[in-house]
Design a protein around this ligand. Structure first.
Ligand code: ATP
Ligand code: MG
Length: 699
């Protein structure tokens, strides 16, 4: 056996395993499994489970099985099985020949059921599903015994056999374990083991019309495979006594179940049911849409398996639920891509620049570094000529303070090329739009430095107009507008979908070397972010890039703020799920912004003209607010709990944030925000005591 890998971050599961190895509990074996139900594509939460299970097996010289928990017959299973295998492999793990299916154990499970019936530990119940639920009782009310509970063994054997033969209709009978209807744990109140379901199964076909429940399958599947440590998420903690009961009554090998907290990630949802809803409702283009938290979506977006594994290692495992900031995932990705993504130049929103003193037919090939982080990555050449494109954002006709990029009369550096100075702005006569800039270049500054030591305020990226290639670029933002789209039970999570999560730019220009870029390959577009060639839609004739992640690292900022406020080193927090990520996700520390940033918020005086409650949303009130624009604005404000009678708000003067992007909500478009103060209990709108007019500026 390979010696244990002690370089990994310790956690409570490792502690258990190391203790078991010491005491030779499972004969020195470590055997785990990853048990997906093939009813959807895997997401980043599953990645945590995969890295954990396969990682433990790797680190302790053990084995990890891939087991499909396919007890429920359903349609798409084959597609899902294939996608799951692809994703696990892509993440870098190998189950060798240990690919198992719970459905392969149907025969064995049937035998187990017969054994329990013969022992008087299971019975056929004729109650309907509703009656069973009612008889089960609640946490405060004990259950009642079914009138069929004490059927003789022979009758149970006969009925169960006939259930299997297909003599009865769906739902007419079930097989239940005979445990204890007064047990405090509801799972122990005679749980259902088998139900009748005349349905086709992707593997067993029509061989069965009774199917075992998950609870009667999972523990025994672990046992059959000799799993030593059966690692699952916290919600199964209350099922453990039941699994143990089955194992003991059947007298079979006992795997040890260990529960850990599932991964929750901010600005997304992590339930296959919800993800399926997004796919089926056409809210995304498919399971592998680059905005999805699925492994296939992340792959398409340009994530590397290394960055996902690193992320899973850093979040660690814990016993307590928390939310991890998506900024941490992006941080792991940036760290990885920074090391290996070749740098190239691309212009997303081109602005034409003509160098009026550069010869018309001259072409230079300038040397450019492929990766300043990796000297071994070498150099390439990029063509330079009289007509170039720069980014529209890099020019301001009327530059505000602290804008150091190009402006009339100003000089900047073009990366790897020359200093240029803007001498003229050419506009469309009719629309006044800027059509092109006329600039001069300084031949003395070739390569980017001036012999007289002259300084410039900025270095811009660029491409040569005639040599660059056209490309489509997809820019992504978070799929949801709030950190936790499922926090509020009253509101459908889809109401928080971000209407601006995808922006497609079709007239981008990239340097010519990208012509042969392989699908899926990743680049840093200098100054813009990391991008990857879309594996599905890109071709040499029509290049398509996905923005994987921007360069701006919000995680580094969060971490800095966290360190400053807690005084704890980052290393200490590493490996704990309660680390900064979790805390900040729930109570974000205000990020510092400059006064300039703040002055961009347009605050206006508004008068509430209409206010009404919304059907189906307790917290939201629909306001029509006059801010002196001739028509009132519709604003949905989450102040319902403070104003149970919205009518009292009519006529009140409020502060409106007036220059927000309108936001699509399930009830309509919200055109701003109304400021309020206080916490949940004491919420109230901010208002005026003087007599300002609607539309007046608030400062
Ligand atoms: P979902 O709630 O998304 O449908 P699930 O638990 O039903 O997830 P399974 O296919 O049963 O999905 O999950 C396979 C394994 O992955 C299980 O062991 C489960 O505990 C684990 N898993 C699922 N979601 C997460 C998560 N968010 N974090 C960590 N592990 C997870
Ligand atoms: Mg599950």
């Amino acid at each position: 056996m390979t010696p244990p890998d002690t370089t990994r971050t310790p956690n409570f599961i490792r502690t258990i395993i190391e203790e078991d190895l010491k005491t030779n509990k499972h004969g020195g074996r470590v055997h785990t499994r990853f048990p997906p139900e093939p009813n959807g594509y895997l997401h980043i939460g599953h990645a945590k489970s995969i890295c954990l299970n396969f990682g433990l097996a790797r680190d302790y010289g053990g084995l990890c099985n891939l087991r499909f928990d396919d007890t429920n017959p359903s349609k798409e299973e084959k597609e899902y099985v294939e996608s799951i295998k692809k994703d696990v492999r892509w993440l870098g793990f190998d189950w060798e020949d240990r690919e198992f299916y719970a459905s392969d154990y149907f025969g064995q499970l049937y035998e187990y059921a017969l054994l329990l019936i013969r022992k008087g530990k299971a019975y056929v119940d004729d109650l309907s599903a509703d009656e069973i639920r009612d008889y089960r009782g609640t946490l405060t009310r004990p259950g009642r015994e079914s009138p069929y509970r004490n059927r003789p063994v022979e009758e149970n054997l006969d009925l169960f056999e006939r259930m299997r033969k297909g003599e009865f209709g769906d739902g007419s009978r079930v097989l239940r374990a005979k445990i204890d209807m007064a047990a405090p744990n509801l799972n122990m109140r005679d749980p259902v083991m088998y139900r009748i379901l005349h349905a086709h199964h992707h593997r067993s076909g029509d061989a069965w019309c009774i199917y075992p429940t998950y609870d009667f399958t999972h523990g025994q599947s672990d046992s059959i495979e000799g799993i030593t440590h059966s690692i699952c998420t916290l919600e199964f903690e209350d099922h453990r006594p039941l699994y143990d009961w089955f194992i003991e009554e059947l007298g079979i090998y006992h795997s040890q179940q260990i529960e850990f907290a599932r991964l929750n990630l901010s600005y997304t949802v992590m339930s296959k049911r919800m993800l399926l809803e997004l796919v089926e409702g056409g809210y995304v283009t498919g399971w592998d849409d680059s905005r999805m938290p699925t492994i296939s979506g992340l792959r398409r977006r340009g994530y590397t398996p290394e960055s996902i594994r690193d992320f899973c290692e850093r979040i660690g495992v814990a016993k307590k639920e928390s939310m991890v900031d998506i900024a941490l995932l992006e941080h792991c990705l940036r760290e990885d891509l920074n090391k290996r993504a070749p740098r190239v130049m691309a212009v997303l929103r081109p602005l034409k620049v003509v160098l009026i003193n550069y010869p018309e037919d001259k072409l230079e090939e300038l040397d450019a570094l492929n990766n300043p982080e990796d000297p071994g990555a070498g150099t390439r050449t990029v063509p330079f000529s009289r007509v170039l494109y720069i980014e529209q954002d890099d020019f301001r006709e009327d530059p505000p303070k602290k804008f150091y990029r190009l402006a009339p009369g100003r000089e900047v550096r073009l990366r790897y090329a020359y200093f240029i100075r803007c001498v003229d702005v050419v506009k469309d006569q009719k629309t006044g739009e800027i059509r092109e800039l006329h600039c001069t270049y300084d031949p003395e500054t070739r390569g980017g430095d001036s012999p007289d030591g002259r300084k410039v305020g900025a270095t811009l990226h660029w491409v040569s107009a005639a040599h660059s290639l056209q490309a489509e670029v997809r820019l992504y933002d978070q799929l949801f507008t709030v950190q936790n789209p499922t926090i509020d039970e009253e509101t459908d999570f889809k109401a928080y979908l971000n209407p601006d999560s995808l922006e497609t730019l079709t007239d981008c220009r990239v340097e010519p070397g990208l012509k042969a870029a392989a699908p899926g390959s990743r680049y840093q577009f200098e100054r813009l972010g990391y991008f990857c060639v879309d594996p599905g839609d890109s071709s040499p004739e029509r290049l398509v890039f996905n923005r994987t992640v921007t360069l701006r690292d919000t995680w580094a900022k969060i971490q800095k703020a966290g360190e400053a406020s807690s005084g704890k080193a980052h290393e200490e927090a590493k490996g704990r799920e309660t680390m900064h990520a979790g805390r900040h996700a729930i109570e974000p520390i205000g990020e510092e912004i400059s006064i300039e940033d703040f002055s961009r918020i347009d605050l206006r005086v508004g008068i509430i003209r209409e206010a009404s409650a919304l059907e189906g949303a307790k917290k939201l009130i629909r306001l029509m607010v006059d801010i002196g624009e001739g028509r009132p604005r519709q604003i949905f404000a989450g102040i319902g709990s403070a104003y149970p009678e919205p009518g009292t708000l009519i006529g009140r003067k409020v502060i409106v944030v007036a220059n927000l992007k309108p936001r699509k909500m399930s009830f309509g478009i919200s055109e701003g925000m109304v400021l309020s103060g206080g916490d949940k209990e004491r919420l109230c709108i901010t208002t005026f005591d003087g007599d300002p007019l609607p539309g007046d500026k608030v400062s």
